[in-house]
Write a protein that binds this ligand. Structure first.
Ligand code: SF4
Ligand code: SF4
Length: 326
């Protein structure tokens, strides 16, 4: 049998595909004398950063941007990354429209994510999606939902979503039969209207993104910020709140939760991260997005612990709220 470099590479690729792509990276990492994790992080993060640029229209190209419509949620997932079980309320549509207007002059996202809390709790979510489409004609506009309220969407609204090419992302957090049935029925309706959707089995990939004390109260870590940044996934969630852009959803939400009184003052360290204002130049926005970890990353854990997804009980919530307000 003749072995050329090409055939060896092809065979290697075939084996890797059979046993999982992780193997290829593990071998390359081993050859480079790096840990698998360090190799993957460097590779993924470099790829991510390479996607940012100032376009010919003088806008900052961004892979995805997040706008929050609601902070309350109809589920109470333990370790919700945005602390939504402890928060409430919606963002006014006028604030969101202003924000779209300001930021559409500055950024060109591939994907605009409208999310929460539970997005469908917002009485004007459909109108907000349609207005987002007006500002970003060529971007994907995606409504994120946990799916519980999908059966309540009227056909007229679905038709409107289909006309405007609005997509849905159903983030699954439960596994019971009735929940699965709601999602099965909703996706059938999406298909009949020609609406694109994705189902994310989020409950299968759940992890503790912050430490907790013996009362279940979120407590900040004291990590090496560069290590914490290397293991976190929120760094890929660029978030806009009003006229400020944050390069990670965690900082944006924990800052807000603090000001809302939903989080203890132990977290005050996140307040020193101010994001970047829409009045900044495109070059400054780009530099901010590419600037990697910040000192505030030290509040995040340096190891991500995988856990089974679960819902907080009313007692859990009461206890946490009591501690925060003490
Ligand atoms: S459904 Fe999503 S937003 Fe709501 S509590 Fe669960 S993780 Fe948080
Ligand atoms: S603060 Fe840093 S480590 Fe924490 S979620 Fe944001 S980017 Fe990740």
């Amino acid at each position: 049998m003749k072995f050329s470099l090409k055939s060896i590479r092809q065979r290697f690729g075939k084996i890797c595909r059979k046993f999982g792509y992780g193997i290829k990276d593990r071998v390359v990492a081993l050859c480079l004398g790096q840990s698998f994790h360090a190799y993957r992080y460097t590779k993924e993060y470099k790829n991510w950063l390479s996607r940012f640029a100032v376009t010919a229209e003088n806008k900052v190209h961004i892979p995805n941007i997040e706008f929050y419509l609601a902070y309350g949620c109809n589920l109470k997932c333990a370790f919700c990354s945005n602390l939504n079980p402890y928060r409430q309320g919606i963002v006014s549509k006028d604030e969101l429209f202003d924000s779209f207007g300001i930021w559409s002059q500055k950024i060109q996202p591939d994907e605009v994510r409208l999310l929460g809390g539970e997005t469908l709790l917002h009485p004007h979510y459909a109108e907000i999606a349609v207005v987002a489409r007006k500002f970003w004609r060529t971007s994907r506009i995606v409504i994120y939902t946990n799916g519980i309220l999908l059966s309540q969407i009227h056909n007229e609204t679905l038709q409107r979503m289909a006309n405007e090419k609005i997509e849905f992302r159903i983030s699954k957090h439960l596994t019971n039969k009735s929940y699965n049935q709601i999602i099965a029925d909703a996706t059938k309706r999406f298909r009949s209207f020609g609406i694109s959707y994705v189902i994310g089995n989020d409950y299968k990939h759940w992890s503790k993104i912050y430490k907790t004390d013996q009362n279940g109260m979120p407590i900040p870590s004291d990590s090496n910020p560069s290590v914490a940044h290397s293991v976190c996934s929120s760094k890929y969630c660029i978030t806009i709140i009003a006229d400020t852009l944050y390069k990670c959803s965690f900082i944006a939400n924990f800052r807000l939760a603090l000001t809302e009184g939903a989080l203890s003052k132990d977290w005050n360290a996140v307040l020193s991260h101010n994001g970047i204002s829409a009045s900044a130049s495109q070059e400054d926005i780009l530099a901010y997005l590419r600037s990697g970890y910040t000192k505030e990353c030290s509040v995040c854990p340096d190891k991500i612990e995988k856990i089974h997804a679960s819902q907080l009980s009313i007692e859990d919530l009461k206890r946490i709220r009591q501690i925060v307000t003490q």
